[in-house]
Design a protein around this ligand. Structure first.
Ligand SMILES: NC(=O)c1ccc[n+]([C@@H]2O[C@H](COP(=O)([O-])OP(=O)(O)OC[C@H]3O[C@@H](n4cnc5c(N)ncnc54)[C@H](OP(=O)(O)O)[C@@H]3O)[C@@H](O)[C@H]2O)c1
Length: 347
C-alpha cells in the first residue's frame, strides 16, 4: 500500500501543526493545505513544500494568490479529488457546510473539537476508543481539554472499572497568536453549567461519569485542570501507584513541581521549549506529582494542557484508525511520537 494522501483544510493554529506531524510519518503524506486567501501562513506552507490550495473553488479567489506571488494549485474540490482523507482544521462551527463537501468528494474526514459530537456521531482519542474508530468514514478528534482529561482518566478507569469525576477547567483566554479574545483583566466563569468539557469525555469513554465547570483566565499559554475523582471501594491503589501508572502512560509527563522548580504553567512551557519541538509545543499532559493525593477513595490532582498541541499526535493516530492500518492504539502512538521526535531530532 502506498502512503495515505492527507489533505489539511485550514492551515491555522491546529492545521499547520497537523501538517508537520503528518509530514513526519512514513505511512502518510500531505497532498495539500488550504488557505482562504494569500495571507500570512502561505509563506510557511511554501517553505515546507506543502502544495497550496484555496479554501474555496471560485476562480477569482484562486487567482488572487498569484498576485501576491504564491502558487495556488486550485480550490478545495481539486485538493479533495487527490486525497484519501481530509483533516478539517477550519474554525469551529463550519462543520456542517464542510461535511457535505467531504461526503460528495467521497473522502474520509476528521473534524476537530470545535465541532459537536452530533456532526459525526463518533469522536476519538487515542487511548479511549481507537478500535471503535477503525475503518469509520469520519470522526471528530475531541478538544484539547477533553483529550487531556481522557489521557489521565482512561488508564485510571481501566484499572478501577468505575470512576466518578468532578473537575474545573481553568482555561487560557486565547491562543498566543490571537488578539481578538479576552478577558485581559478578569476571571470569567463559563455560565453554561456543566461545561461541555467533562460530558465530552463521555463521547469517547461513556463509562466514566464526569461533570465539569470552567473559568477563563487572562493567560495565553496553557489550561490547568483541577480534578477530583471518586474511585470505587477496594480499588487497591495508593497515591504512589497512581503516579507510577501515569508515568507509564503514553503522552503523560509526571514531575515534582517543588523539587524541580516547575511551580506554574510558565515553567512547564519553558520545559516544553527545552524539549525542542517546533512552536515550543508540548504534546504531553503535564501532571504535578506533588499535587496528586489519594484520600480514602477520593483522588485529587492538577494537570496542565498545552491547548495548541496535545491534539496533534491524536490526529495522526486517528488517520491510521480511519484508514484501518493500525488496530493497536499503543503501536500507533509509539510510531507517531517516535517519528515526530525524529523529525525534530529529539532523542
Ligand atoms: N487553537 C486551539 O487551542 C485548539 C485546540 C484544540 C482544538 N481546536 C479546534 O481546532 C479547530 C481549528 O482551530 P484553530 O485554532 O486552528 O483555528 P485558527 O487558528 O483560526 O485556524 C483556522 C484556519 O481555518 C481557515 N479557514 C477559515 N475559514 C475556513 C473555511 N470556511 N473552510 C476551511 N478553512 C477555513 C483559516 O484560514 P486563513 O488562515 O486563510 O484565514 C485558518 O487557516 C477548531 O475546531 C478548534 O476548536 C483548537
Amino acid at each position: 500500500m502506498g502512503k495515505i494522501k492527507v489533505a489539511i483544510n485550514g492551515f491555522g493554529t491546529i492545521g499547520k501543526r497537523v501538517a508537520d506531524a503528518v509530514d513526519a510519518q512514513d505511512d502518510m503524506e500531505v497532498v495539500g493545505v488550504t488557505k482562504t486567501g494569500p495571507n500570512f501562513g502561505c509563506e510557511l506552507a511554501i517553505k515546507k513544500g506543502f502544495p497550496l490550495y484555496c479554501t474555496f473553488d471560485n476562480k477569482d479567489r484562486i487567482e488572487k494568490f498569484a498576485e501576491f506571488g504564491y502558487e495556488c494549485l486550485g480550490g478545495l474540490t481539486d485538493l479533495l479529488s487527490i486525497s484519501d482523507i481530509v483533516v478539517d482544521c477550519s474554525p469551529g462551527k463550519l462543520g456542517e457546510e464542510n461535511l457535505e463537501k467531504y461526503q460528495s468528494a467521497g473522502v474520509k474526514y476528521i473534524f476537530q473539537g470545535g465541532e459537536k459530537h452530533d456532526l459525526t456521531g463518533l469522536s476519538y482519542t487515542s487511548s479511549a476508543n481507537h478500535k471503535m474508530n477503525l475503518n469509520a468514514q469520519g470522526t471528530r478528534v475531541v478538544s484539547c481539554n477533553t483529550t487531556g482529561l481522557s489521557r489521565t482518566l482512561v488508564p485510571l478507569y481501566e484499572y478501577c472499572g468505575s470512576l466518578k469525576v468532578e473537575c474545573t477547567m481553568i482555561r487560557r483566554a486565547a491562543d498566543p497568536g490571537d488578539s481578538s479574545k479576552g478577558p485581559i483583566n478578569a476571571i470569567k466563569p463559563v455560565l453554561k453549567v456543566p461545561s461541555h468539557h467533562g460530558p465530552d469525555v463521555m463521547t469517547v469513554k461513556p463509562e466514566i461519569e464526569i461533570n465539569s465547570l470552567a473559568v477563563a483566565v487572562p493567560t495565553t499559554i496553557m489550561h490547568v485542570h483541577s480534578i477530583i475523582a471518586d474511585l470505587p471501594r477496594d480499588h487497591g491503589l495508593t497515591t504512589e501507584k497512581i503516579i507510577q501508572m501515569w508515568r507509564s502512560t503514553p503522552r503523560v509527563i509526571v514531575m515534582h513541581g517543588s523539587d524541580n522548580r516547575i511551580k506554574t504553567t510558565a515553567e512547564v512551557m519553558e520545559l516544553a521549549r527545552d524539549i525542542g519541538r517546533k512552536w515550543g509545543d508540548l504534546h504531553e499532559i503535564f501532571v504535578w506529582e506533588d499535587g496528586v493525593k489519594l484520600v480514602g477513595d477520593r483522588l485529587y490532582y492538577f494537570q496542565a494542557i498545552h491547548q495548541e498541541s496535545d491534539v496533534i499526535p491524536e490526529n495522526v493516530d486517528c488517520i491510521r484508525a480511519l484508514m484501518g492500518i493500525e488496530e493497536d492504539w499503543k503501536k500507533s502512538v509509539s510510531k507517531t511520537d517516535e517519528s515526530i521526535n525524529k523529525y525534530y531530532s529529539i532523542s
